[in-house]
Design a protein around this ligand. Structure first.
Ligand SMILES: Nc1ncnc2c1ncn2[C@@H]1O[C@H](COP(=O)(O)OP(=O)(O)OP(=O)(O)O)[C@@H](O)[C@H]1O
Length: 258
């Protein structure tokens, strides 16, 4: 069963068509990768799915809901969360507060309730704090909750971003280059962690990633973009052996991960 269906998705920036008539279907509780060279349109694709940009054409469907025209916070409420290629944390507040900020969008009291600190808002905040802590434990950062985010090592900052995303209880998690800047050990741990999240949280995960070893190991389905166009889709072994992908774009060593 599919959870995300993107059809004829198109986004232009002036004369450049960054995403060009792309069709992508993501199966529920699968791990899917979107790959492609620099500038292929991968992040723009995420930005279209999450409402950062509106498409010039096409549709993005989450289950039975069309997301076109919705704002990012509305899409977040529908169950999509993401992390960013360049980590986006609030560096001068604590690890716990970073997750709390992510949760605020989902609290019923809203900003006025928070300012007025009504009893129900205080209860909600307390619960949110507990939940934030639970998610930090889940990603292995429970002992660092009072650290300022900027003091965390790189791999931990990426985990914090994931905790913040998970705290919104998504059905679909989009990870933009989660292994970027990680050493081989951190990448291996990340691979295991992505599997764990899918199994334990019944999550659907879509990742953009340049680390082909990780992509080939983890993905059930891979979509390949080049100059905004989808040039291939299939299982890792199909992508590995796809002539278009090998010759026109990735190069043999890149697809084999050698
Ligand atoms: N806001 C924008 N305004 C103008 N051009 C943009 C904008 N965002 C992206 N682009 C352009 O769209 C194209 C696709 O960019 P995008 O960031 O989606 O590629 P990508 O596949 O994610 O690349 P990378 O692997 O380098 O992150 C690029 O040519 C980029 O310069």
């Amino acid at each position: 069963m599919s959870i995300l269906a993107v059809s004829n998705l198109t986004k232009k920036f002036g004369g450049l068509t960054a995403v060009n008539g792309v069709d992508i279907t993501v199966q529920k509780e699968s791990i899917t990768a979107v790959i492609g060279p620099n500038g292929a349109g991968k992040t723009t694709f995420f930005n279209l799915v999450t409402g950062v940009y509106q498409p010039d054409n096409g549709n993005v469907q989450l289950g039975s809901t069309s997301l076109v025209g919705l704002k990012p916070h509305e899409i977040s409420r529908h169950g999509i969360a993401r992390t960013f290629q360049n980590i986006r944390l609030f560096s001068n507040i604590t690890v716990l507060e970073n997750v709390m900020v992510g949760l605020h969008n989902h609290l019923k009291g809203g900003i006025f309730g928070t300012l007025l600190q009504t009893p129900s808002v205080r209860r909600e905040e307390k619960r949110a704090k507990e939940e934030a802590y639970e998610w930090l434990e889940y990603v292995g950062l429970g002992s660092l909750l009072n650290e300022e985010a900027k003091n965390l090592p790189y791999g931990a900052q990426r985990r914090l971003e994931i905790a913040r995303a998970l705290a919104t209880k998504p059905k679909l998690l989009l990870l933009d280059e989660p292994a970027a800047g990680m050493n081989p050990r951190e990448t291996r741990e990340l691979t295991e962690f992505i599997h764990r999240m899918r199994e334990e949280l019944n999550l659907t995960i879509v990742l953009i990633e340049h680390d082909m070893k990780l992509v080939m190991e983890i993905s059930e389905q891979i979509f390949v973009l080049d100059h905004g166009v989808k040039i291939a889709e299939g299982k890792p072994e199909e992508i590995r052996n796809n002539v278009n992908v090998i010759e026109a774009y990735l190069g043999k060593s890149a697809v084999t991960g050698a």
